[in-house]
Design a protein around this ligand. Structure first.
Ligand SMILES: Nc1nc2c(ncn2[C@@H]2O[C@H](COP(=O)(O)OP(=O)(O)O)[C@@H](O)[C@H]2O)c(=O)[nH]1
Ligand SMILES: [Mg+2]
Length: 402
């Protein structure tokens, strides 16, 4: 990912579904005016979801997702169908492509029911209209197009762009807690786990959000924090730290300065701060032999990896003193059946879009398995969760009595 691009997790995800050969790939190519997906009259040409970013006004930056057919057959085919259905979990807007001559199939109808159940805005696109002698009048949520002749492709773009995702998150990262010219100290350790030459996404986003509030970010490493405080002539509005150096930063930050972490801000931003606080409290009830699932949103993030597979299990074993079994999943895998687990600990999900993160949380809560995240766990086992929730009115009370 380039630093100059809107991160994938911030883009509206628009997915194209439909039977094999309905023309999903051709439509995406027509919409983006380029040949990105392979088009062919061979069924099952698109075998894995294909991702493409573009600007689609007035929606802004979007992620287009081309999926394999929903009617694929055989062992491999079923796997592809499953992948297509998994794409639903991150879809903000669904576009269902139907062969105009064939009409909607039972699979198409089933998909539309899924869109409705999941509260996903959708549009039905009848493609290959060039093969019809007469193009029917479009009903609501419908449009008749031809990827080949370009008929109504422009209108299709406009129609997609006018569909609003049903629930986009609207809690800001931090700017609602700041006044103009407030000084905000950000603590970013630069150790060997830090990526080379750049800051990680939650840090970039927080800096951007502070600037938007007209406040002033001061970024320092943990090793300079104490000296920084002795040089500042005004009291910072708050300190935001990387979770990994939480304990030290807690000691080095004067008691009257509010302290929180990037992970806690991200959890609030994605709407799962409350469930993850309640989830962390489940650590106190773990018993010998219990299984804990550690889930990571990406596969390539070395820093997360260390935390997830090594540090978190160690901290939890130390905190609970129990003999626990840890299982790990990463990337797009997330088990549908969570019943073997007593607790799910997820990464901050900076690479997942809010809808997918919400889906994973809902999946756990539906199965009565508490779910929390790395940053909250670290704060909890180091005994500073309460302090780090003070900047958020009404939230610290969730821990009262603890
Ligand atoms: N006549 C006609 N054929 C089309 C149109 N769009 C796609 N096709 C053809 O339908 C076949 C399947 O297209 P493709 O985009 O690969 O379908 P997908 O499997 O849904 O991705 C190809 O042979 C395309 O050339 C269209 O608008 N009109
Ligand atoms: Mg295709």
């Amino acid at each position: 990912m380039s630093m100059n691009q809107t991160p994938a997790s911030e883009r509206t995800h628009i997915s194209f579904f439909g039977k094999r050969n309905a023309g999903k790939s051709s439509i995406i190519n027509a919409v983006t005016s380029q040949s990105l997906s392979i088009v062919s009259d061979q069924k099952g040409t698109t075998t894995d979801p294909v991702y493409k970013t573009m600007e689609l006004l007035p929606l802004g930056p979007v992620m287009l997702i081309d999926t394999p057919g929903i009617d694929d057959e055989g062992e491999l085919g079923e796997l592809r169908v499953k992948r297509s259905y998994q794409v639903l979990n991150k879809t903000d807007i669904a576009v269902l492509i139907v062969d105009a001559a064939a009409g909607k199939s039972p699979e198409d109808e089933a998909l539309i029911r899924r869109f409705c159940q999941k509260g996903i805005s959708y549009l039905v696109v009848y493609n290959k209209s060039d093969l019809l002698s007469e193009v029917p009048q479009a009903k609501e949520r419908e449009i008749w197009v031809s990827a080949h002749t370009g008929l109504n492709i422009h209108q299709l773009k406009e129609k997609i762009a006018s569909l609003k995702p049903e629930d986009s998150h609207n809690c800001p990262l931090v700017q609602d807690l700041l006044d103009p010219l407030d000084l905000v100290v950000l603590v970013v350790p630069i150790d060997k786990a830090a990526p080379k030459g750049r800051l990680i996404l939650p840090q970039q986003q927080t800096i951007r959000d502070i600037l938007e509030a007209g406040a002033c970010p001061v970024v320092t490493r943990d090793t300079e924090l104490k000296d920084l405080f002795s040089r500042l002539s005004v009291k910072p509005r708050m300190v935001i730290t990387d979770s990994q150096v939480f304990s030290q930063v807690d000691k080095d930050t004067p008691e009257d300065v509010p302290l929180t972490s990037f992970s806690i801000l991200m959890a609030r931003y994605k709407g799962d701060l409350e469930s993850s606080i309640i989830g962390a409290a489940a650590l106190d009830y773990l018993q010998d032999g219990d299984s804990v699932l550690i889930a990571e949103g990406c596969t390539h993030h070395r820093q997360c990896d260390d935390i997830g597979t090594v540090k978190i299990p160690r901290w939890i074993r130390n905190y609970t003193g129990k003999d626990l079994n840890f299982s790990f999943v990463s990337g797009t895998e997330f088990p549908e059946d969570l019943s073997p687990y007593r607790l799910v600990i997820h990464c901050g999900g900076c690479m997942l879009n809010p809808r997918e993160m919400k889906y994973r949380i809902q999946c756990s809560l539906d199965q009565n398995v508490p779910i929390t995240n790395y940053g909250i766990v670290i704060a909890y086992v180091s005994g500073i969760l309460k302090r780090s929730l003070e900047p958020f009115p009404g939230i610290a009370e969730l821990l009262s009595g603890r």
